[in-house]
Design a protein around this ligand. Structure first.
Ligand SMILES: [Zn+2]
Length: 369
């Protein structure tokens, strides 16, 4: 056999094998489907597409109501932390109005079939949260108000509203002093409302989809999963979670973690010389292995952030006892995070440190090395 025909055969052989294994998978799946349909012997009620769509619309309405309620709660609970910690936030500050605007998520977009061609949740420029005591609340903006224009510029979507508001507040860091003009629609009434923003810590805080008992900081923003709302038993526990994530952002933890990840990437590339494919293993390990001190520091700073906001953190450490019952492995030694007993004790000791400072009428600032 000539070398060219051998090459030809070598080329065809894997394709032939792939086709053969593909057919095997199809056969197994077909048999599976047939067996599964034969296995169902009960006569279950039939449902129509119309019924399905009606119920899906109802569930979307429930979901929207919950998203708005939780966003408003986030606005109210985070506001005192954001405005009373300018010294700890240092240059991580910006002018804010206390408004939380609607936002569209990719999950909700994929459900657009259920709303029969109408707008889905988060597309309309609507107010989802107004922090109590914020400039927006004092000026009279309410949850459910539809934003028609910001500084005389027409608003077409929620993304539009957030972009225009961000642009307007940024100008206050430079020369702007006159209030931001909102044109809003409330029922049949149109109103012009002027809002004078104030300086606050800058993280944008919003809901993350999913039911995990978790929250995360991106370096700039904070995302709180739905699971946190059902898991936390008091407003103060939720405020501790917000403060913990804000502490990550003001301390640049995410940036440092990413830099360590970059060192891991170098090792991933180095071992490629010996044809070892790590699939980013060193990168992931170097990010995770060094997050523990960040978690300890974020917990420590969180209690200072709460204290400066006048929030009583007594008992927030109980969250870690309850969390241990959800995930018993967290009681033991964990590579990436402090154990739940460690977090519980450290929070108690930090509060004692803060209380001693309060008794001495000292400024509530964290101890530095
Ligand atoms: Zn953390």
């Amino acid at each position: 056999m000539s070398s060219s025909s051998r090459q030809h055969l070598d080329f065809l052989l894997p394709l032939h094998r792939r086709l053969y294994s593909g057919c095997k998978i199809l056969c197994v799946l077909s048999i599976g489907f047939v067996l599964a349909s034969c296995a169902v012997v009960s006569e279950v009620p039939e449902i129509s597409n119309y019924e399905l769509q009606q119920e899906a619309r109802k569930q979307l309405e429930f979901a929207e109501r919950t998203i708005v309620e939780r966003t408003h709660k986030l606005a109210n609970l985070s506001w005192p932390i954001l405005v009373n910690n300018l010294e700890m936030c240092d240059d991580f500050v910006r002018y804010r109005t206390g408004l939380w605007l609607s936002r569209q998520s990719s999950i909700l977009t994929s459900l657009s079939w259920a709303s029969d061609g109408e707008q889905t949740i988060g597309q309309e420029p609507v107010v989802w949260g107004v922090a109590a005591e914020s400039p927006s609340a004092k000026a009279g903006i309410e949850v459910g108000d539809r934003i028609l224009a910001i500084d005389s510029k027409l608003v077409k979507s929620s993304a539009d509203a957030r972009r225009l508001l961000s642009k307007a507040t940024k100008k206050f860091m430079a020369e702007r002093t006159d209030p931001i003009q909102f044109l809003i629609q409330r029922d049949d009434e149109r109103k012009r409302i002027d809002v004078q923003p104030v300086l606050a810590c800058r993280s944008e805080i919003s809901l993350a989809g999913g039911t995990r008992i978790n929250a995360y900081a991106t370096g700039r923003h904070i995302r709180i999963y739905n699971g946190i709302f059902t898991f936390t038993e008091t407003d103060e526990e939720l405020q501790y979670v917000i403060a913990h994530e804000l502490a990550h952002n003001i301390s640049n933890h995410v940036i440092y973690a990413r830099a360590r990840g970059a060192i891991g990437v170098v090792f991933d590339l180095l071992v490629l010389r010996w044809n070892v494919w790590t699939n980013g293993g060193f990168s992931r390990l170097s990010v995770r292995a060094f997050t523990k001190p960040y978690e300890v520091e974020a917990d420590y700073l969180a209690l200072y952030l709460l204290a400066n906001a006048g929030i009583d953190s007594t008992g927030v450490e109980n969250l870690w006892r309850r969390f241990a019952t959800e995930d018993i492995s967290r009681i033991g030694w964990v590579l990436t995070h402090p154990s739940t007993p460690e977090r519980f004790i450290r929070l108690r000791k930090t509060r004692e440190e803060i209380e001693a400072k309060q008794q001495r009428n000292e400024k509530l600032l964290p101890e530095r090395k």
